[in-house]
Design a binder for this molecule. Structure first.
Ligand code: ZN
Length: 309
């Protein structure tokens, strides 16, 4: 364990993601899209060519596959399998920053050093990928008219009216995990007042997923905030209004897994805009720990993308 004190903030300010990626030989292999770099993930080695993204302006990175992300310190800590503190000292040394001090400053007793591997060692709970797909979903079915969604939007999400099985008589909406694997279909009621509004398969855990997160990779090169809605229907509604990127929770509540996934993804954005009612205070408070949050209660298609808090 290296000795000495080094300020994380000073190291972060002194070293860019570009410099770190160059040192690892990764800068040249990532594709540049506006202010972002995209490519396959150096950690999980996922197959998606857009899974791993770097925001060069914010000096942040995130992988939509393994959901790892953060700043330059987190990147080096993960690459070298060391603590964030050791990563800071290595960056100090690699780039000759001269920020480290020989004598450790007395650390505040209330802030114990966090073992970086602690979280990763917990067995991740996951929804297993489905072994089938629903092939007869009809995005143009007349029963869907009451939802007021465009058929093109419904089709774009791979959704459609379901005529048999558990979701019979509902709009079946495929749900993918962060790696883009299909893990469930949600059944949205199409009639006003029909309950329950959503049906999920009995073994599916919505609290482990963030709806549409896997598709953020398609939009991250665009400027602007990330939008979050409390339920998956809202994602389709905003998409119908031409708003992207947008992700959705399932009932407005935020599990630790969802918070972690969103906190990673938002590192690429400047702001998170909550759209709609149905966000408990706790959800808003937890999200605000990671990014500037504003809240639009009643979306209007003409005002939404430009609206400020
Ligand atoms: Zn990854």
């Amino acid at each position: 364990m290296p000795r000495g004190f080094v300020s994380f903030a000073e190291v972060k300010q002194a070293v860019t993601m570009e410099a770190v990626l160059t040192r690892y030989g990764l800068f040249a292999v990532l594709a540049q899209k506006g202010k972002n770099l995209v490519g396959s993930c150096p950690f999980c080695k996922g197959k998606s060519p857009r899974q791993f993204q770097v925001n060069l302006v914010k000096n942040a990175w995130y992988c939509f596959g393994c959901k790892a992300g953060g700043n330059v310190l987190d990147f080096v800590a993960k690459s070298e399998s060391v603590s964030v503190r050791t990563a800071a000292l290595r960056l100090d040394s690699w780039f000759a920053l001269g920020l480290g001090e020989e004598t450790p400053r007395p650390a505040p007793a209330a802030v114990p050093a966090e073992p970086p591997q602690a979280r990763e060692e917990e067995a991740p709970r996951e929804n297993p990928p489905l072994t089938f797909t629903l092939k007869t979903l009809d995005p143009h079915h007349e029963s869907l008219a009451s939802l007021g969604l465009g058929a093109a939007t419904i089709e774009r999400f791979g959704a459609g009216y379901c005529t048999k099985g558990l979701l019979k008589g509902r709009l079946a909406i495929p749900i993918h995990n962060g790696r883009g694997e299909l893990v469930a279909y949600a059944g949205l009621a199409v009639e006003e007042g029909e309950t329950p509004r959503y049906l999920f398969p009995p073994n599916f855990h919505p609290a482990l997923e963030v709806f549409n997160l896997d598709r953020l990779a398609e939009f991250v090169h665009e400027d602007g905030p990330l939008y979050l809605v409390p339920e998956i229907e809202g994602v389709l509604r905003l998409a119908d209004m031409g708003v992207a990127p947008v992700i959705g929770l399932f009932d407005g509540s935020l599990s630790p897994e969802q918070e972690e996934a969103i906190s990673g993804a938002v590192s690429l954005y400047d702001k998170l805009v909550l759209v709609g009612e149905g966000f408990p205070e706790r959800t808003v408070a937890h999200l605000a720990r990671h990014i500037a949050v504003s809240w639009i209660s009643h979306p209007r298609s003409e005002s939404l993308p430009e609206e400020e808090p």
